[in-house]
Design a protein around this ligand. Structure first.
Ligand SMILES: NC(=O)c1ccc[n+]([C@@H]2O[C@H](COP(=O)([O-])OP(=O)(O)OC[C@H]3O[C@@H](n4cnc5c(N)ncnc54)[C@H](OP(=O)(O)O)[C@@H]3O)[C@@H](O)[C@H]2O)c1
Length: 306
């Protein structure tokens, strides 16, 4: 691939990560093209369904796309349990389509995966990239299949597994907790699931840096990225309430089995990020620093990522 400005296709651009990539790529020398399955008012979006390989192939050829950043996925973990067929198409078959099309044009696929490929075994140390996947549900299983399908195509690829994603966009735990802790006098939140929150803006910056500075050359592989640190969903909720000054809600720790859920979630899915830091020179913010920044942005109080 040449070092001149190139065309970068972002799929699922109306989601959390896709919207953060819209923000960080404004300063790029490359040309970013944003696509999704629906148009959203006020956002420039071209319709492109990643399950349709013919559409992808012709879009890539017409627009001379050299890199695809796949932010599209089936992300409803509970619903996936009763929708395995479509979940497999979107999370496993569609990434294979993207990898095959990139192979045809000698391009690169940047694909996002998840900490939920782990969790079936009782870990208590951070998960490394080469550790065996042991998903506990359909979402994690189909995302693992997506990774395996991309690797089998043998095109240039970078797969980044991330975890507990939140942002100013769409639905996520931070926005839910901001509302609940403002409204409810008491809330129980699970403390027996441990991981690391990830501000989608921080992940977008890393993807942008890898592409903008052509750091992907010779670095095919799977990488882990979350913010730094470790917490439970209970700790996460406590910090959200604190930063939002929602002091009227009594937040208590509880066990996962106190909530009815169609799927068992990993009890420990902390990601070891040594590889991404050493390969790409990434400096990762601590999770509470990024959380503070996102909440201030949401409340329009202080920072702006633009
Ligand atoms: N959210 C998390 O906590 C989390 C944690 C770890 C890893 N990840 C991974 O990180 C990535 C980004 O997650 P996110 O939270 O930003 O996802 P998201 O907000 O759910 O965004 C996904 C986007 O993809 C779109 N989409 C659905 N089907 C599509 C199709 N056939 N073709 C093109 N676009 C399609 C969705 O549209 P609709 O909304 O209309 O369906 C949505 O706009 C995903 O790969 C996810 O698996 C997420």
């Amino acid at each position: 691939m040449s070092n001149q400005g190139m065309n970068v296709l972002v799929t699922g651009a109306n989601g959390q990560l896709g919207n953060e990539i819209r923000i960080v790529s404004k300063r790029s020398k490359d040309n970013y093209i944003f696509t999704d399955v629906v148009e959203v008012e006020g956002q420039e979006t071209t319709i492109l369904d990643i399950t349709d390989i013919d559409s992808i192939r012709s879009f890539v050829k017409i627009n001379n796309v050299k890199v695809i950043v796949n932010c599209a996925a089936y992300t409803n973990v509970d619903k996936a349990e009763t929708d395995q067929g479509f979940c497999e198409i979107l999370n496993a078959k569609a990434p294979e389509n993207l990898a095959m099309v990139m192979k045809e044009v000698n391009g690169l696929l940047v694909h996002i995966s998840t900490d939920y490929v782990f969790g079936g075994d009782p870990y208590n140390t951070p998960c490394r990239e080469d550790q065996k996947g042991t998903p506990t549900g359909v979402y994690g299983l189909t995302k693992l299949h997506g990774e395996q399908n991309i690797q089998a195509v043998d095109s240039d690829y970078i797969i980044i597994r991330t975890a507990w994603l939140y942002s100013e966009f769409g639905k996520n735990f931070v926005k839910t907790m901001l509302n609940l802790t403002a409204e409810k006098p008491r809330l129980n939140v699970v403390f027996d699931q441990v991981g690391t929150p990830t501000y989608a803006y921080d992940l977008a910056l890393v993807i942008f840096d890898i592409l903008e500075n052509r750091k992907y050359e010779g670095n095919n592989g799977i990488y882990h990225f979350s913010n730094e640190g470790v917490c439970s969903w209970y700790d996460f909720a406590k910090m959200i309430a604190e930063y939002a000054h929602n002091f009227g809600c009594d937040i208590q720790p509880c066990h996962s089995d106190e909530f009815l859920s169609p799927v068992k979630r990993p009890s420990f899915s902390v990601l070891d990020k040594t590889k991404i830091k050493e390969t790409f020179g990434v400096i990762i913010p601590y999770w509470t620093d990024s959380l503070k920044r996102c909440i201030f942005n949401l409340k329009g109080e202080c920072f702006s990522n633009e």
